[in-house]
Design a protein around this ligand. Structure first.
Ligand SMILES: [Zn+2]
Ligand SMILES: [Zn+2]
Length: 477
């Protein structure tokens, strides 16, 4: 960890160092919590106190104001120019969150020059989702404590909670996981935006769109309602989907132990933040989508800014590491599938039968056939044998290793697999029946390959009943 001398950090953002290397988060605005008093969230919600559980400031901004905007829109006609501007401003604000708050400040997946930082901080303020400092602190906790109680927007508490509930309801500041934000406290743009957050919001989210539409084409009211309030509503709902939809809908190509998922719909809604399973595995990668054809406009913008000299040090995880993660998850899925299939009783769990008993039981009516030292009960299969009843009947009570492995017909891998499900015993010692043991001894690796649950993996062509006949050459004679 880079050590920073206390003098580098503005005095008001210096916080107590804690033994895990993080620093306590200290609010720069608003009241400081008295950590000794019980927080309202520690009390159950009742008819008498429910309103104390609601975060009214957030509720006003993300529910009441948009509702008022929707109603007002009835009286204010939507002009084409205003709508086009609102869409452009939507992208400006959205990128402030995705490229600014998320990939630049929360994850430091690239570095930005001062003009770009100011641009992103302004865009982030226009989205009205809290300051970059506050947002990044929570987001780092979300990554560090994903799906646990310390995750500020854990999807385990329900899809609605992860989407909006965590903002509408008060959160216990003692509960949210601690994260290190010393780097953000050293970033003057972040600290300034945090301290002047309310002013930034009023200017960037409402005044600027109102003035642009008003001075540009005389639509002050439309600029305020469409470019301001309704645009804020849409950008909030879209970016909230990163916390809800991205933890609920889609595939898990890199790790399925936690909730993050990849889905193109989430990507379309969130300016490319939808490849969230990848993102949680490789959070400091400036990309969310790693394939060129996947939708990640945030990545494209960062790349363009790099070409313009505004962004640098774009971080990428090595392809080798990404593919390793993907392969391991594929392997895990294969193992899970393997576990659902019938591979026959493992050889070590089969009873050991002497050759004489094997012959005797076969004479007594059991349809037993020995192949490579393993006894198989083919009784139920005789009728279905593709090679006919006579051939299989002729092998009952005998060692059919050579016949099965090419003497009469070199059986397919599928036939060896099917045969393994008919195992009933192993022959003790003697003659040709030892062959599989020898074969296994010669292929020690094959005999010991197990999957992640400890079950043996039987690869194609490597069933123990498969025996290659010895190659006879002129020299050997
Ligand atoms: Zn997440
Ligand atoms: Zn993230």
């Amino acid at each position: 960890m880079a050590s920073t001398s206390a003098t580098d950090i503005p005095a008001e953002v210096q916080a107590v160092n804690v033994p895990d290397g993080t620093t306590d988060f200290i609010p720069l605005r608003g009241k400081k919590y008295d950590l000794k008093k019980p927080h309202i969230t520690e009390l159950p919600i009742t008819w008498g106190n429910w309103y104390k559980h609601v975060n009214w400031l957030n509720t006003t901004f993300i529910i009441f104001v948009p509702l008022a905007g929707l109603i007002s829109a009835y009286w204010i006609p939507a002009q084409t120019k205003t709508i086009l501007f609102s869409i452009a401003y939507y992208y400006f604000a959205g990128l402030g969150i995705t490229a600014g708050y998320h990939r630049l400040w929360a994850h430091t997946s690239y570095k930005a020059t001062l003009p770009l930082k100011i641009w992103l901080a302004a865009g982030g303020a226009a989205a009205v989702e809290g300051s970059a400092r506050w947002w990044s602190r929570d987001h780092r906790a979300h990554h560090r404590y994903t799906d646990t109680d310390k995750d500020p927007y854990s999807v385990r508490k329900g899809l609605l909670y992860s989407h909006i509930g965590w903002m509408v309801m008060k959160q216990n500041p003692k509960r949210i996981g601690r994260t290190d934000i010393t780097d953000l406290n050293e970033d003057p743009v972040v600290v300034w935006q945090h301290k002047h957050y309310i002013k930034c919001v009023i200017v960037m989210a409402l005044i600027v769109p109102t003035l642009i539409c008003g001075l540009g084409w005389g639509d002050y009211a439309g600029g305020f309602i469409y470019g301001g309030i309704l645009r804020i509503f849409f950008i909030q709902q879209a970016t909230f989907c990163v916390n809800s939809l991205a933890h609920w809908l889609g595939d898990q190509p890199f790790d399925d132990r936690n909730s993050p998922r990849d889905h193109v719909i989430t990507a379309l809604v969130t300016l490319g933040e939808g490849y969230h399973n990848f993102h949680h595995e490789f959070p400091s990668d400036f990309r969310n989508a790693i394939e060129w054809w996947q939708y990640d406009p945030t990545k494209w913008c960062i790349w363009v800014w790099k070409q313009l000299g505004l962004a640098y040090d774009l971080k990428k995880f090595p392809h080798n590491e990404i593919e390793k993660g993907r392969l391991q998850q594929q392997q895990k899925k294969l193992d899970q599938k393997r576990a659902t299939l019938d591979w026959g009783i493992p050889l070590e769990n089969l009873p050991v039968v002497s050759w004489d008993d094997f012959v005797q039981e076969s004479k007594n009516g059991k349809a037993w056939i020995a192949v490579a030292g393993v006894i198989h009960d083919v009784g139920k299969f005789i009728q279905d044998h593709p090679g006919g009843k006579a051939l299989i009947n002729s092998a009952i009570g005998k060692d059919a290793t050579a016949i099965f492995n090419g003497g009469v017909y070199n059986h397919s891998n599928a036939a060896h697999n099917l045969l393994s499900t008919m195992r009933v015993g192993v022959i003790r010692g003697g003659c040709e029946v030892e062959i599989w043991k020898r074969a296994q001894a010669e292929n020690k690796d094959i005999a010991t390959v197990t999957d992640s649950s400890g079950k043996k993996i039987v690869r194609a062509g490597l069933q123990p009943t498969r025996v290659t006949p010895p190659v006879t050459t002129a020299d050997a004679a």
